[in-house]
Unconditional design. Structure first.
Length: 365
């Protein structure tokens, strides 16, 4: 579901924009020789490699051994009409080739994540309800919205695309599953309580526990490297007007994603606190390998809703640092398990078009 933010930005904002920073403000000679994809200010990137070259590509996650990556794409040249899951080796690129699809090819999929055996992954899919792609509303009453399809359930598949188990079968939305680096738990978002809340379960689907219970959209959660904490994005409607608007949209299977902050809590939901108070949309957080910082995407500095860039912040909310310096869209940052590489989605180097591609950076602190 999170890739819909890419679609929203691409379709409504970026169609008439060019990546001016890359085209007009040429990096200095030293940086350009090293890698022309890196902007001069991006000091945390030792190198940067583009992986995909068309469509909307996002939600890329490493296998536990860092040898493979699963991601979702809607690239029509790969024979899909909406997001499906694809598999790649960590050293591959796909300028003139196609990775193998490892979802069913039916319905819409979201948020794949490897299981510890490196032979299976979990992901959300609507294929049980309808083999066709569901509609994607991007506006409601003039405002940007995300659809919360009640047909999403979470499945386990092998790397050949065979579904071997269904982990959720409650009525309503079940998706956005990610796995603890410790290999024992899954966190996901569900509407089974009537609101969008976080839940955890064992990797076999047992011992489901509700983690959050405050009104608002809690989603996009990830475990800390030691598995003891969760970082996630959330909306928190407060006024009567905000609460009514949120509930009315949710009743239609929609949410408005333009006002979100980051929250952090222990893995059992205790010690919940708000991490950011920046305004606009702060989302797609991921723990730094040290477990002491959070990397995330935000447009809090933007006046017109874009650009989105990557930022880093300490767990106490201090030392906010801008990591990327584009003028379009950078999001979905995910560190490899060894902490040496970062994969993320970006509109850089797309010729001013709508494509959102995957990039892998060698990370340096």
């Amino acid at each position: 579901m999170r890739i819909l933010f890419v679609l929203m930005i691409a379709l409504t904002m970026l169609s008439c924009k060019t990546d001016k920073k890359q085209n007009d403000n040429k990096p200095d000679a030293k940086v350009e020789v090293k890698n022309s994809l890196i902007y001069p200010e991006e000091k945390h990137f030792k190198s940067l490699k583009q992986i995909t070259f068309g469509g909307d590509n996002a939600e890329a996650y490493w296998s536990f051994d860092d040898k493979q990556i699963v991601f979702q794409s809607n690239f029509k040249k790969w024979g899909v009409n909406c997001d499906q899951m694809f598999l790649m080796n960590a050293n591959e690129t796909f300028k003139d080739s196609k990775p193998p699809m490892i979802s069913t090819g039916f319905g819409r999929t979201t948020c794949a994540y490897f299981l510890p055996d490196n032979k299976h992954f979990v992901y959300g899919s609507t294929h049980l309800k309808d083999k066709e792609c569901p509609e994607v509303p991007l506006r409601k009453n003039g405002k940007y919205v995300w659809p919360i399809y009640d047909s999403f359930d979470i499945f386990v598949s092998d790397l050949e695309g065979n579904v071997v188990k269904q982990l959720t079968n409650e009525v309503g939305y079940d998706a956005e599953a990610t796995v603890s680096p410790q290999g024992d738990k899954i966190v996901f978002t569900s509407t089974r309580s009537g609101d969008l809340e976080l839940y955890t379960m064992n990797i076999d689907g047992t011992d489901v526990k509700q983690i959050t219970d405050e009104l608002g959209y809690d989603g996009g959660a990830f475990f800390s490297p030691d598995g003891t904490k969760l970082i996630f994005r959330a909306s928190r409607p407060k006024t009567e007007e905000e609460i009514k608007a949120y509930k009315d949209l949710l009743a239609q299977g929609l949410v408005e994603p333009t006002d979100m902050e980051l929250f952090i809590c222990d893995a059992d939901g205790s010690n919940l606190r708000q991490l950011t108070d920046l305004g606009n949309a702060n989302w797609s957080p991921f723990f730094h390998p040290s477990g002491k910082k959070i990397l995330f995407s935000s447009n809090f500095e933007a006046e017109r809703g874009f650009p989105f860039n990557l930022y880093m912040i300490d767990l106490d909310g201090k030392n906010l640092e801008r990591v990327t310096h584009g003028e379009t869209f950078d999001a979905f940052p995910v560190f490899s398990n060894d902490g040496k590489k970062l994969i993320f989605s970006s509109n850089r180097n797309n010729g001013g078009g709508r494509d959102t591609n995957l990039f892998i950076a060698e990370w340096q602190d």
